[in-house]
Each structure stands twice: as C-alpha cells, then as structure tokens.
Design a binder for this molecule. Structure first.
Ligand SMILES: [Zn+2]
Length: 212
C-alpha cells in the first residue's frame, strides 16, 4: 500500500501546480484535482490532503471555483468542512448553524430568523482566505464520469490506507468534528479505506497522467 501511495505522491507532485487565482485555460474541462496544503508533508513530498472530481460534463473548473471562490458552504462540502474545523477549533457555537443546509427555499424560510447571516458571511470569507492561502492543486484529464469516479475512489483509498503519510500535529483537520477527517488526515469522508490501486493500476494511472 505504502509503495503505491509513494508512487501516487511522486507522480502527482511532478504535475504542474496551481494556486489561487488560477488560470482556467491551464485546467482540463473534465478530470480530477488533487489538493495539497501548506505545512503538510508525506513521503518527503507535499502530502495529498484531498482528491475530488465532478459528475456533470465539463465541470472541473467550476467545481474548483466552488471550493476556492464561491462563498456558499452548501455548494462545496470542502468549504463546509474547512468551516466546521475553524468553528470547532474556536469552540464557536455558530457551528450548529453552519451545519444547516440552506439550499432549498423551505430551509431558508425555516431557519432565516435564527441565523446571523452577517456572521455567516464573515466565516465564509475566512474560509475563502484560508483555502486560497493554504491550498494548491494539480489537475489531470479524465474524460468519462466512470473513469473519474473510479480513479478518484482508488486514489482516496490508496492514500487513506497508507501508514506512512500522516497529518502534521498542527493540521487544521485535527480540529474537525468529523472523526473520518481527523483519522484519515484527508479533507474527505467518502471513499476512504476502499479498494486501492494495485501495482499494474499504478502503471495505468501514470499513463493517464502522461495523456497516453
Ligand atoms: Zn502515503
């Protein structure tokens, strides 16, 4: 497992790295992104802290914007989780409001009188700054939804099962209320500890990164 995780880290650390603000044209329309975070090292390289993709056609760039830019926690589980960790670290009672999903009109009407939206806006802004200042990413092309979901799951499983790349003591995720985040060292709760890449699949993955 650790050999495969080392390979995944070496291959992805060698890809072009993007930071905010990123140039759209350098990012594929369909594919997978891998996030790295300041201060996090694994296998003597930048440690993978999140892997993600998209389902709809041509949505990779807009998915990344939902994480880095769009101040709406209910459109990005990554933003939601960063906010959860920041609030939980500060023992902030607003955490219970941050948990609410206000996507539907019904939910908005139900909770709007009890939520301090000005405060929520400040947290959204703090989340944006934290993400923009601390995360970089690489992205690679994967055309079909099946390929994207399969590769994403195997990447997540390979990294989460590895015993050699662990979060640093100061990693913000250690303040997450989500046990899966604290324990995996990843800003993820799904696809952990499933089927990892085997050796032949690492070759296949390497070919995908080369665009073969
Ligand atoms: Zn590892």
């Amino acid at each position: 497992m650790s050999d495969e995780c080392l390979s995944v880290h070496s291959l992805t650390n060698n890809l072009e790295r993007h930071t905010f603000p990123f140039e759209d044209s350098n990012i594929p329309l369909n594919g997978i992104y891998i996030l790295f975070q300041k201060g996090e090292q694994g296998h003597q390289q930048d440690r993978i802290v999140r892997v993600g993709t998209h389902t709809g056609e041509n949505q990779l760039r807009s998915r990344l914007k939902q994480h880095f830019l769009n101040e709406n926690k209910d459109r990005s589980i990554f933003r939601k989780n960063i906010g959860r960790a920041i609030l939980n670290k500060n023992d902030d009672p607003f955490l219970k409001y941050w948990e609410l999903d206000l996507t539907t009109r019904k939910a908005k009407e139900q909770y709007s009188s009890s939520i301090d939206f000005e405060f929520q806006k400040n947290i959204e802004s703090e989340v944006s700054h934290f993400i923009q200042d601390n995360f970089s990413f690489c992205a690679f092309e994967a055309q079909t939804k099946n390929d994207r979901l399969d590769i994403e799951s195997k990447l997540i499983s390979t990294v989460s099962r590895c015993e050699q790349c662990k979060p640093s003591p100061r990693w913000l995720g250690k303040s997450s209320p989500k046990e899966k985040i604290r324990e995996s060292g990843l800003w993820l709760v799904n696809e952990l500890y499933k089927t990892p890449f085997n050796k032949p699949e690492i070759e296949y993955f390497s070919d995908i990164l080369k665009g073969i």
